[in-house]
Design a protein around this ligand. Structure first.
Ligand code: HEM
Length: 450
């Protein structure tokens, strides 16, 4: 990978993209600040001015932005193998999440994905659910006693605790705050504008967070190699490849840091949007509560999950309005063409769930929270298979999507049986949409015991 990282220069010349409509913004920095401050406003503005294909300059490179369902399909399905995920993500995540599955391409990606897959099969998920249920119930008991409750930090701790136990076989106790902080710093660093590790700045904090997490995992490798644990960490420590090789320590660490981030930050974002939406739409909150009560039990079994139709629609609608990842990055490695525009090789190309999820061409009243749009009778998401892409698509389609859906349902079930979720009538959630959607104020919320 490292040899080909030389592709990561300035990208194509301005002249090579001159035939594409667009605007490069301010010298050097381009539209980076506009994009990072409010990706939704940035996308709305760009799509309204230039349509589905535009040239732009943000996050340190000239880029082509695709803002259409067809563009999503072209890039994510990548029938002609034009695109590299590695070179798309590397400038942003390369030092923070090196060798994460999402940053791999081709045969290497397929091979590594196959190795991780058993941790996401049905039998594994059944086991995870049985183990996470008592933890969730215990966390809710603790939430009951909290004053000045903020939903986002509370759910983030819970999902991190669950991911650590299920994927690492570690019970986070005294290390909880530190590990949580390290992941926060690591993720925030991916949106750092200054990308040299200056002491005390965001990027340096991210790299320091990564170094702590590496050490945290490295210390535990010998015991995992010798033991017989069933968690992903233990399995990777004992795995032997087709050629008889074992994973090196660094490889295990790189995979696990990426999976741990993916496993808790995105689901935290989704659950936060859902909690807010349910507080704002009490009719949906009551509908989901009734659905939960109809099961007549405190926690869910794996077979129950498929029956939670209304929860499915609410989850999809939350991910439509606020997809945790607002943009997905690739680099074209070959000359290619979309919507009649030629894209030269070595152009960074972005697609944007946040805008295609709101295009009136595919969605009725796209700004409205309306979970029924996903019902079989309306099925707006079936108008184009790539109009709704919170989990991406194609070869890199989210590996944890069933885990995420399961965890959302496992949390909502006892939560809604125990509490009414309330925010003041005039409260509006202040989102920070990049790098992963979250509320700037932590989402203050009243949990009224039922
Ligand atoms: C609502 C929750 C989630 C959302 C919205 C989400 C979103 C995404 C997206 C958009 C991608 C594709 C990125 C690309 O194409 O470049 C992705 C990949 C990935 N996700 Fe998720 N994710 C979620 C939850 C999870 C969970 C819970 C896990 C693990 C337990 C996970 C593990 C992964 C992995 C390993 C990849 C890389 C797949 C590959 O490159 O082959 N995700 N996710």
């Amino acid at each position: 990978m490292s040899a080909s990282s030389s592709l990561i220069g300035a990208g194509p010349s301005a002249a090579a993209l001159a035939h594409i409509p667009g605007d490069y913004g301010a010298p050097l920095i381009g539209q980076t600040l506009h994009f990072l401050r409010d990706p939704l406003a940035y996308c709305r503005d760009t799509e309204a001015r230039f349509g589905p294909v535009s040239r732009s300059h943000f996050l340190f490179r000239r880029r082509v932005s695709l803002m259409s369902a067809e563009g999503n399909e072209f890039v994510l399905l990548d029938r002609d193998q034009n695109f590299s995920a590695h070179h798309g993500w590397h400038p942003i995540l390369g030092r923070l999440f090196p060798n994460g599955l999402m940053l791999r391409d081709g045969d290497d990606h397929r091979y590594q994905r196959r190795l991780l897959q058993p941790a996401f099969r049905k039998e594994a998920l059944q086991d995870y659910l049985a183990r996470m249920n008592p933890r969730i119930v215990a966390a809710l008991k603790q939430w009951r006693t909290q004053t000045d409750f903020h939903f986002y930090p509370a759910i983030k701790r819970l999902t991190l605790e669950l991911a650590a136990e299920l994927f690492l076989g570690v019970e986070l106790q005294s290390e909880m705050d530190r590990v949580n902080r390290d992941f926060v710093d690591l993720v925030e660093a991916s949106a750092a504008v200054i990308r040299v590790p200056l002491l005390g700045r965001r990027y340096a904090r991210g790299l320091a967070g990564r170094a702590h997490l590496e050490q945290f995992l490295r210390e535990r490798i010998p015991a995992r190699r010798a033991g017989n644990g069933s968690d992903l960490f233990s399995q990777m420590c004992r795995a032997v490849s087709e050629t008889g090789d074992r994973y090196r320590d660094d490889e295990i660490i790189d995979h696990l840091i990426f999976v741990m981030m993916a496993a808790h930050d995105t689901t935290t974002s989704a659950l936060t949007t859902i909690a807010y939406a349910l507080a704002r739409h009490p009719e949906w909150q009551q509908r989901l509560r009734q659905q939960a009560a109809d099961f007549g039990k405190a926690t869910l079994d794996h077979d129950d999950l498929a029956l939670l139709t209304s929860t499915d629609w609410v989850l999809r609608e939350a991910l439509r309005l606020y997809p945790p990842l607002t943009t997905i990055m690739r680099m074209a490695l070959k000359d290619c063409e979309i919507h009649g525009y030629a894209i030269p090789a070595f152009t960074s190309v972005n697609v944007f769930p946040i805008i295609t999820h709101r295009l009136p061409r595919w969605w009725n009243e796209p700004e409205t929270f309306d979970p029924e749009r996903f019902s079989p009778a309306r099925a707006e998401h079936k108008r184009h298979p790539f109009a709704w892409i919170p989990f991406g698509g194609g070869a890199h389609m989210c590996l944890g999507l069933h885990f995420a859906e399961m965890q959302v349902k496992a949390v909502l079930h006892p939560l809604l049986l125990a509490f009414a979720l309330e925010t003041p009538a005039d409260y509006r959630i202040p989102y920070q949409l990049a790098p992963i959607a979250k509320p700037k104020d932590g989402l203050p919320m009243r949990l009224r015991p039922l």
